[in-house]
Every structure is written in structure tokens, then in C-alpha cells.
Design a binder for this molecule. Sequence first.
Ligand code: PLP
Length: 444
Amino acid sequence: MSHVFHRSLQQTYPVAVSGEGVYVIDNQGKRYIDACGGAAVSCLGYDYAPLKTAINAQIDKLPFVHSSFFTTDILEQAAEALVNDTNGVMSHVYFVSGGSEAIEAAIKMARQYFVDTGKPSKRYFIARKQSYHGNTLGALSLGGNEARKAPYKDILIGANHISACYEYREKQPDESAEAYGLRAANELEAEILRLGAENVAAFVAETVVGATAGCLPPAPTYFKRIREICDQYDVLLILDEVMCGMGRTGTLHAYTQDGITPDIQAVAKGIAAGYQPLGAVFMKAFIVDAIRQGAGFFQHGHTYICHATAVAAGLATQRIIKSENLLDNVVKQGDYLSQRLHEQLADKPYVGEIRGRGLFKGIELVADKASKTPHDASLPIASRIRAVAMDNGLMCYPIAGTIDGVNGNHVLLAPAYIIQAHEIDEIVDKLEKTITTVMDGIAT
Ligand code: PLP
């Protein structure tokens, strides 16, 4: 009997023993092609030698030193490299151990900014219904997935929610994408006015929504209008790029494709390719200056902030992505993945939409294509897709759950930045086989 407290107490898991490129191999020798990076994490696959060498070198030198006593060369180098890559947008970076911690730090940083600048009434956060920001209490409060929140509802911090920008479901047939983007963004203004601008600290959003809505890129005008509204009402814009950031959508930061910049940005997952647990919070200079002149100290920290080995993994990952021009491969193979998904899946009666950016794709499954009617939420579609895919030697990320009244069934794909065309062919073949098996079973 396993003594590991696995999250699912009903499921049994194969035993993973090794990795080879984009494959995970279990103790029976079975190979699984990873089409989702685990959860959009493993952007360099599972045995990238130069990354392992960089991590081992740091462990040999100095694996860990507590951040209240020392800084380290590796920490200073990683921060400098990451900040330089924002082309002057951000001035500092705060290293944590993962995405939820990054969001938690971003919430507190925004709050402390307003306390330190003499505006303590600014304490409310606005987020979006179709969103996931992590599982710690603050991050969970911001998320929109009611099922995840249900057992903890009474102990959450409370947050206010508007709709996400969800063209497939919310754009009117006679409305342009641009007009819809503005209409969706204007929900933020209405919510700020309802709460009183003097009470609102920040708006938090995933630049491209990931796990709650099966990859949802914003309409072209959406974030420009969001940025205007935030500026008008002195509300900070926090972008959660934990899943969509660090190259996943084809640019290092997803927000550059929307022509805006956030005030605070959370990243994790791809930053260190999963070889070490690492997250980070970027911030603009005015936030740092306010905290420096205010309390002079960020009142929030964890033992493992600025962890030398984790930061070494992050720096090495970012150097590899650059030196190997992997963002070019994200764009090229992302286009190929779109093409192949459209060729093999778009005509299926249960495929509502295929969408995404770079190597970040979502497939929305529906019960009726013409009316976009979702499946009954009680059908175990996501769990079956996961199980059948694993039988077929495929790791993909199916998503279920009732999101804002929409019974969302989606499959999220986020393969490694090193993926090649023949591996995409294998992914799409196995995915088609998997989805067909499950949906034929559902229909009968
Ligand atoms: N934010 C987003 C957009 C995420 O997708 C996730 C995780 O999936 C998180 C935050 C939380 O990150 P972590 O699981 O590393 O705590």
C-alpha cells in the first residue's frame, strides 16, 4: 500500500522511472508522449543535458543559502537576465517556489503598494470567472472555478469577478472581435465603479486563460482597453502568466502580443522547465520605489525565496531557450500543431473550437456543434479522456467543470518547446484515437 497522499484517493498511477526527450517512461517500459508539459511545465522535455549540468554545478558550489543572510551571484545574474529580457518594462524580480506563491506575493505586493503610498482603502481585487490562479487561499479566492473553491468557501478572502474574454461563447454573431473585446473589457470599469475606485487595488487576469477554459486568447482590443481602465482608476494590472508565460505562446511574455504591459506579473512553470520548483514576480520600478520609501521591506516571504539551485535552473533554462532559438520553434511547431489539429479534429461533430497561441492550444468539446451546447456536466468526459490517453501512451490535459454556467469540457495541449513535427503527428494521431473512443462511448 502506498503511503503517499496522492490528490486522488481513487486513482492508481503508473510508476514513472525515466525521461527521454518529450517521452516519459514507466517501470514497465511503456512510453508516454507528453503533449501537455505535465501542466504546461516541461518546456525542455525530460533529459536536457546542459540544464542538468547547470543545476549540478550550482549544487556543487552552493545548493542553498538563506536569503535573509546573503545574496548570491547566481541570483543576481538570473534577476539581471530576466529583467533585461523585459526591455525596460520591469525593474525587479522576486523569486518564489511556484505559481500559487507568485500570485500570493503579487496580491500582497499590490496591497502593500497602496498601504505604503497612503491609500489603505484600496483593498479589493477583481479577477475573472473563467480563471485559475492557484490553490493557496488568496490565489484560490481569485480563481473562478467554483468546484475547486466549494469546500473552502467560508475561509477564502473574497474577491470580485467579471467575465473572461470568451469569443467563442460570448461574441454576438453580428459583432466584430474588436467590438466584443471592448464590451468584455468594459465589464471591468462597471465593476470598479460598483465597488468604488478608491477601494480597488488590482485587476488580476491570465493573459491567455489556461486550465479553466481550455486555452482562451483575448480578443485584439481587450487588454488595451483593460490597461486604459486600470490607468484611469489607479488600479494595478496584475497579469498571471504562470501557465502562458516564459515563451509558451511564442513570445517570452504573452502580454507583448497584446501591446500592453502589466504593473506586476507572475510567472512559474516554464521558467525552470520543471527541473526545479521556481516561480517569480516581476514588478515595475514605481512599485519597488513606493515600497522602498514606505515600509522599506516586503512583509511577505518564504524560507525558499531566491533559492540558489532553483534560480540556477531558471537562468539555465532561459539561456537555452535563447541560444537554441526555441521561441522560433514554438511559433513554427505551434502553427503545425494548429494545422494538424484542424485537419484531423475540426470536422468531428463534438469539436466546437480549436484555438490558442504558439504551443498552447485548446480544443473545446460540445454536445451539439451548431448550438455550441455543452455536454451534461455529470458525464465523466475529462476523466475518461485522461485514462484512455494514458492507455494510448499520451499525456494530455483534459479539463472538466462548470465554469460560469458553461459545462466546460476542454483538452489543453502544451508540448515542449523542443518538439518536432513527427512528434506532433504522433500526438495528434493518439489524441484523435483517444477522443474518438471516448466520445463514441459517450454517444452510445
Ligand atoms: N496561475 C495559473 C494561470 C496556473 O495555471 C497555475 C497552475 O496551474 C497557477 C497559477 C498555480 O501554480 P502552481 O500550481 O505552481 O502553484
